[in-house]
Write a protein that binds this ligand. Structure first.
Ligand SMILES: Nc1ncnc2c1ncn2[C@@H]1O[C@H](COP(=O)(O)OP(=O)(O)OP(=O)(O)O)[C@@H](O)[C@H]1O
Ligand SMILES: [Mg+2]
Length: 357
């Protein structure tokens, strides 16, 4: 059976090139909640910072096979996942993972290695969640190639909206050049403070934008804003230092309640297929009203260009080069919409928010 149509686990990459937005906190605690609700989950820590591994109490002293080992030899996968909690398995990271970029730079299958490895063990799990580093390079591209879905953790801030536009563009490029099945399933708002006018306006803009995309052929046409937003909650920031999830450290805290509800939403839709696109794109006017507008249709930049626009740290630099791709993708690609925020309108709103409006 084609692995792409395999009914196996939902493979979800949690990705945002912006740092510190809540990717790891969200990956760990959604994974923990799904595991607690009885479904086996594999969390793949793709970040050389190894924060997800540390959050789950696994540090560099572990002798377990890491993502680094897997990228060098995908057949090492079979004994690699560690069961860190009941139903919760970790494919750990280590600081050496930063070297994979350079070490694999000459390998033609370097973006497909994680996918190959995960396909060999995926029948053990109901969900595979991939915690991506805050950059676009070999590690994130392996994650996006191994995933079927992208879940975007972000903060409800004006500048974050602009980042999401670029991020969607990146997903488009990856779907065109590496993984045609990749879809954006949605956005999880992190560190949310619903009391501010600014946050409410960002939410309204996001909702309107996503709604305006329903009839497009983009990988995010089925994306939704997951509910609830994750409230800012100090307990979520404290629990990693104890190697505990929020459900162990403070199961009564708002952070636990919020992540449990997101996990329930994901479980409820398990097995659902993204809606089919319509040929008509009626999105533009609504998107403009929402303050986020697709730019003029333009030819897609290759993934390497996207990376040049968002340079990766040395630990995660590199991307598929258009001239290295065997399928010739990148030569004559369909237009890639670009999302951009209407700055004037938002600037006015921001200053309103600052004045406490
Ligand atoms: N809802 C929340 N309330 C309070 N603190 C939070 C919340 N979510 C995340 N944090 C804290 O914010 C910081 C950044 O979160 P996190 O590490 O999850 O982001 P990240 O996107 O994975 O970062 P990086 O880009 O470095 O991988 C951490 O200290 C984390 O504990
Ligand atoms: Mg992280």
């Amino acid at each position: 059976m084609d692995a792409r149509t395999h009914p196996g686990p939902r493979r979800i990459a949690l990705m945002n090139q912006k740092g510190g937005v809540g990717k790891t906190t969200t990956t760990v605690n959604i994974a923990a909640a799904i595991a607690e609700l009885g479904t086996p989950v594999l969390l793949v820590d793709l970040d050389p910072q190894a924060h997800a591994s540390l959050h789950l109490g696994v540090d560099d002293s572990s002798e377990a096979t890491s993502v680094y080992d897997i990228l060098l030899d995908p057949t090492e996968i079979f004994d690699a996942p560690i069961e860190v909690k009941p139903n919760l398995w970790l494919l750990r990271s280590e600081t050496d993972l930063a070297a994979a970029e350079t070490e694999l730079s000459q390998e033609t299958d370097r973006y497909a290695r994680l996918r190959e490895a995960l396909e060999a063990v995926e029948d053990r799990f109901g969900f595979v969640l991939l915690d991506c580093p805050p950059s676009l390079g070999l590690l994130t591209l392996n994650g996006l190639n191994a995933a079927q879905e992208v879940l975007i953790p972000m903060q409800a801030q004006f500048l974050a909206l602009q980042g999401v536009g670029k991020l969607l563009e990146t997903v488009q490029l990856v779907s065109q050049q590496l993984n045609p099945d990749l879809r954006v399933s949605g956005i999880v708002l992190c560190m949310f403070d619903g009391q501010t006018t600014h946050a409410q306006e960002v939410v309204a803009d996001l909702e309107a934008y996503l709604e305006s995309q329903r009839e497009t052929e983009t990988p995010w046409r089925g994306a939704k804003l997951y509910q609830p937003p994750i409230r800012r909650n100090i307990k979520l920031a404290e629990c990693p230092s104890f190697g505990q999830t929020i459900f162990e450290y403070a199961p009564w805290a708002p952070g636990a309640a919020d992540y449990r509800r997101i996990a329930e939403a994901l479980l409820a839709e398990h097995g659902g297929a993204p809606s089919e696109p319509s040929k008509d794109d009626a999105s533009a006017p609504a998107a403009v009203e929402a303050g986020i507008a697709p730019a003029e249709a333009q030819h897609a930049e290759p993934v390497e260009q996207a990376e040049a626009d968002h340079p990766a740290p040395a630990s995660d630099a590199g991307s598929p080069r258009a001239d290295e791709r065997e399928d010739g993708a990148g030569e004559d690609e369909p237009p890639t919409p670009e999302i951009r925020v209407m700055p004037a309108e938002h600037a006015a709103r921001e200053s309103d928010a600052e004045r406490g409006a």
